[in-house]
Structures are given as C-alpha cells and as structure tokens.
Write a protein that binds this ligand. Structure first.
Ligand code: PLP
Length: 417
C-alpha cells in the first residue's frame, strides 16, 4: 500500500532537523531527496565492487563491469527501453547536448527548422539555438495558451512548416506543471513530417508517472537521475536503436572504452552499441544508485506514485486558489478525470517578489523554489518577473501543503499586503 508517511521514513534527510523544525521540502522539481536504499547501494558498491570497468582481467574489474551492466539494464527497464538504447549522461542537459552534437551536427542543415515550445526549460532551448548557429537552421517556438497549454493551432501551423527536422518537447513543464499530450503530438508530427525526429524531455515526468520509451515511438528521450530519487551527476539519453545502428546518431565525446583500435593516423570505434558512447571511465557508483532508485520506484508502482502526485497537486490547487493574493500559474480548468498537470504548482504572490515569499517560507521551514525556474521565455511571454514553485514527490503529504498555506499567511503579515 502506498503510504507517504512510511515512505518518508526511508529518507534520512527528514530525520535531520538542524534548526529544530520539521523539514517541509517542496522543491523536488529542482532535485529530489534520496532514500536510504540509494545511499546504501552507492556505499556497498565502493565497499565491495570498486574497480574500473571493461579494462581489467581481474575478478574485481569483472564484478564492477557486471554491476555496471546490471545497473544499465535496470535503468533501461524502468523506461521500457532496451539497454543498448541507453546512453548514460550526467543529467538531462548533457543528454540534450548529446543529441545536438551527436545527431544535430550530422543531420541538421541550413534552412531546416528545429521546433520547440515556449514552455521549455532553458536546456531544451539553448542547445537548439547553438545548433542553429552552427548549421544555419532556424529555431521556431510553439505558442502557449493563456491557460498554460500548448496552443493547438500554433502546433499544427508550426508542424506544417517546410523542413521541420526536429521537434524537442517537454513531457511535463517544470514551471506550469502542464502534462503535454506527447503520444498524440508524436502521431500528429509524424503524419505531417515523415522525416522528423522527436525528442521528449522527461526530466519532470519520469519521477512521477510511468514513461515508456517503446510505446511513445519517440527517437530521443532524456532524463535526470537526481530528480527521480537517484544521485546527482547521472542521467540518461535513450536513442531509438535504429538510429544508433544506422550511425545517424553518433558519439559526441571521444576516447576511452568506445575505441576498437588507435593508430597515429586514425581510430576505429567499437560496434557494441552500449560501449560506443562511453568515453572514459563511467560513473559506475551513480549508475548503481540510480538503478536502486528505479528499483525502489518500481516496487512502489509508478501508477500509485502518479496517483499520489495527482492527489497532492489537486489538494495544493484547491488550498492555494483559496488565497486571494495568489495568481496560480498553469492549467486549472480541468475535470477531475482529465487533470493534465503533474508534480508542481507555481504561483505569483501579488505585490511581493517571489524571492521574498520564498525567504519568509524558509523562515518557517518550508523549502520552495523562486525565480524563473530556467524558463525565461515563458516568464517573458506572460510578463511574469518571477514565480514561486511548490513541487512534490512521494514523501510529501497534505500536511506539507498545509504548512505552505500557513507560511503564506506569514508572508501577508510581514509584507502587510
Ligand atoms: C523540464 C526540465 N528539463 C531539463 C532540466 C535540466 O535538468 P538538469 O539540470 O538535471 O540537467 C530541468 C531541470 O529542472 C527540467 O525541469
């Protein structure tokens, strides 16, 4: 049975109280807390299996290689992907850069269009601006409705432009919380642009809802381990196997284990897909930690994780929308059976800067994020200077939302608005 109160006990950070108060952590969209099983898995790896992978003939190196391969398999399975399709990166940002360099530099040409949206995290904008600068392509943006959803007219119009080579789209917006109907959009995009490649940014969906790389029929899918209970410094890029096999997607970092033979003049690379993208010594311990996080989430059942998230988001929306000083950002006009919102609720406190709100909340032990959340184009479009974001994970309860609401009453007292 999914019970956030007992789940919370799995996370040692919640039993630390440096300021003598209970930690109300509502900043999981920035990074999640880590359960003890993840910390233990990392420690155990270093205590029992630490050696470099694929390079030694000794037993410890064999064990480390086995642990690395098993961890990759667990992570890939979590995303319903083949282990050969998984390229380990440091985070989502590095994974998107990998697509820009490893695929974009070889496949995007002058005059092509790279299509993204105005609700993307900067990581899913800047890499494309840079790719456009290198290749002479153009970046186009799908507009957002005032409710915080992708504008269907704009989507259809932009997908009908000539030579749309790539659609790079977030699954869940880290600011609006909007859950985009990616499966439908992928079908629409392929019907309008048969040669298109599609990248889904799953950084904010993978921690909360089931994500199937196989079922989505997508070419690239990126995620960050640290947002889904895993350690910092590890993430992933899933690439459709046929793009790897055909060489359409190529390595973008060179050296180390990916090499077959080197002469003074030239290098040949391994044919093994899972090796071809491993340049240098990989972060085995973090892969072990992320695999432990995936196993932990799988045991909880991602459908139950999603249900818990939904209940918390709806509770937060109900409580926060009753506060007249707040302007809530992102979709709210849904029926309970069609909630297209995941993970977070962001808002503007009228008359008080978001950083001031966050500071008052911090003074009562409530950790939220304030600022533009790396979505400046989105903030600019709506004329927001900054916003406050409360984001949840499996260890949050309605009591955390209540603490946020109580903290907001203190904001009113302090700023007399
Ligand atoms: C939707 C989205 N994409 C990309 C990123 C970048 O993730 P990272 O900093 O782990 O690379 C984030 C981080 O908040 C995000 O929310």
């Amino acid at each position: 049975m999914f019970n956030p109160k007992t789940i919370r006990q799995d996370f040692p950070i919640f039993s630390q109280n440096p300021r003598g108060e209970k930690l109300v952590y509502l900043d999981s969209a920035a990074t999640s807390q880590k359960p003890q099983v993840v910390l233990d898995a990392i420690t155990k790896y270093y205590q029992t299996s630490n050696a470099n992978v694929h390079r030694g003939v000794h037993q410890l190196s064999d064990r480390s290689t086995q642990v690395w391969d098993e961890s990759r398999a667990t992570i890939a399975k979590f995303f319903d992907a083949n282990p050969e399709e998984l390229i380990i990166t440091r985070n989502t940002t590095e994974a998107i850069n990998g697509v820009a360099y490893g695929w974009g530099d070889h496949n995007v040409q002058f005059g092509d269009i790279i299509l993204t949206t105005l609700m993307e995290h900067h990581s899913n904008i800047v890499c494309w601006q840079e790719l456009a600068r290198r290749t002479g392509a153009t970046v186009e943006y799908i507009e957002i409705t005032k409710e915080g959803r992708l504008d269907q007219k704009s989507l259809a119009a932009k997908l009908s432009l000539p030579k749309v080579r790539l659609l790079a789209l977030t699954h869940v917006s880290n600011t609006l919380g909007t859950l985009n109907p990616v499966a439908e959009i992928i079908v629409q995009a392929r019907a309008l642009q048969p040669d298109i490649r599609i990248l889904i940014d799953a950084a904010q969906s993978a921690p909360h809802i089931p994500v199937s790389f196989a079922k989505l029929d997508v070419d690239f899918l990126v995620f960050s381990g640290h947002k889904m209970l895993g350690p910092m410094g590890i993430g992933g890029l899933l690439v459709r196997q046929s793009l790897l096999q055909s060489g359409e997607m190529r390595p973008w970092l060179f050296g180390g284990g990916m090499i077959a033979a080197v002469t003074k003049d030239a290098t040949t690379f391994t044919d093994e897909l899972s090796e071809r993208f491993v340049a240098g010594t990989p972060d085995v311990a973090s892969a072990v930690g992320l695999a432990a996080a995936c196993a932990y989430l799988t045991k909880l059942h991602m459908s139950d994780v999603g249900q818990h998230d939904l209940e918390l988001v709806l509770y937060a929306l109900e409580k926060l929308s009753a506060i007249p000083e707040l302007e809530i950002i992102g979709p709210q006009d849904f029926s309970e059976s069609e909630v297209d919102r995941v993970g977070s609720v962001a808002f503007i406190y009228k008359g008080v800067h978001a950083h001031d709100v966050a500071q008052v909340l911090d003074s009562v032990g409530v950790a939220v994020r304030s600022g533009h959340h790396c979505t400046m184009p989105l903030h600019e479009q709506f004329g927001w200077v900054a916003s406050v974001r409360a984001s949840c994970n499996i260890y949050n309860t309605t009591a955390d939302i209540d603490a946020l609401v109580t903290g907001l009453a203190k904001v009113r007292q302090v700023f007399k608005v």
